[in-house]
Design a protein around this ligand. Structure first.
Ligand code: 0GY
Length: 291
């Protein structure tokens, strides 16, 4: 199956970052796609990506100076978690995962995924990526994964937060927000929409946030200076509940594939001291995924 029209493959030769992540650093948001010949894409997918197999991810991890990965199930594989689980199982305990499951999943399957290194389930609310799942169904799934000790990763677009907030704050687990809640960079950090998200983080200490994907929000383009204040304010305010990731292989970029070396070089701008960098890249992801 050919890639979706206009789909942009990942950067062919990222630059070597000047910034050296601390020992044991985790790239805590990335994906594996296919290869399709072994792990076909889901019939209900909204896009067909470029294959991005585990070997390439692990090579990028080493090249950028990271030690571990958290591999998040993406919508193009829907509930077929085999490519992600195969990557975990062959990673030498250097990768943990976040799955996507339906309520038909059995307790045995959940336990097997847990043994493979899955530590969370993702609820995706982005309309261009997934079909609507009724909240009762998500509630039942949350009730099933909570006793396994998993957390819930939520991916939503910030204008939808007012509608979703009551549901999110009712979840019985740790909740991890993808991509800073996707703020509108034009509106600024202090805009009521973004501050609503900060207040949610302040009030609900079971919420964590990924300071990821400046390339998805930036208007200015590389090196994404316009997104730095959004990420920095979250790291400064919630230093023990932030994690960072590349988002490789960067599905559905509109203009260009980001340079993963450049993304890595932005880290000292958003976590401005070695202590903050260690929390962001080592202590926090280790607590969430490896403890
Ligand atoms: C991401 C972002 C995207 C895609 C997916 O599940 C997915 O297909 O997550 C996106 O297109 O915004 O988290 O990498």
């Amino acid at each position: 199956m050919a890639m979706s029209p206009g789909y942009i493959p990942f950067h062919p030769n990222p630059s070597k970052p000047k910034y050296r992540p601390p020992a044991g650093a985790v790239d805590a948001h990335c994906h594996v796609f296919g290869p399709e010949a072994k792990f076909p894409y889901a019939p209900e997918r909204k896009y067909t990506p470029c294959d991005a197999p585990k070997e390439k991810l692990f090579a990028l991890r080493d090249f950028l100076g990271f030690d571990k990965n958290v591999i998040v199930q993406a919508s193009c594989h829907s509930k077929d978690n085999r490519a992600m689980i195969d990557a975990l199982e062959t990673s030498n305990n250097k990768a943990k995962g976040v799955a996507f499951v339906g309520e038909e999943v059995t307790d045995q399957e959940l336990k097997a995924m847990d043994r493979a290194g899955v530590r969370g389930v993702r609820f995706n609310f982005v309309r261009r990526l997934v079909d609507f799942t009724p909240r009762e169904v998500l509630e039942r799934i949350a009730g099933r994964v909570a006793p396994v000790g998993w957390h819930i990763v939520i991916y939503f677009e910030m204008p939808d937060l007012p509608d979703l907030e009551a549901f999110f704050t009712s979840l019985p687990t740790t909740v991890v927000v993808d991509h800073m809640g996707t703020p509108d960079v034009k509106k600024g950090v202090d805009h009521a929409e973004n501050q609503r998200f900060h207040k949610l983080m302040e009030k609900h200490t079971n919420f964590w946030v990924k300071v990821t994907c400046p390339e998805r929000m930036s208007i200015a383009g590389p090196p994404y200076d316009d997104v730095v204040p959004f990420a920095k304010s979250l790291v400064d305010k919630f230093p023990d509940r932030v994690i960072w990731g590349t988002d490789w292989p960067h599905p559905n970029m509109k203009k260009e594939a980001p340079d993963d070396g450049l993304l890595t070089d932005r880290i000292p701008h958003i976590a401005t001291t070695p202590a903050l960098q260690k929390q962001l890249l080592v202590d926090n992801p280790m607590r969430l995924y490896w403890s």
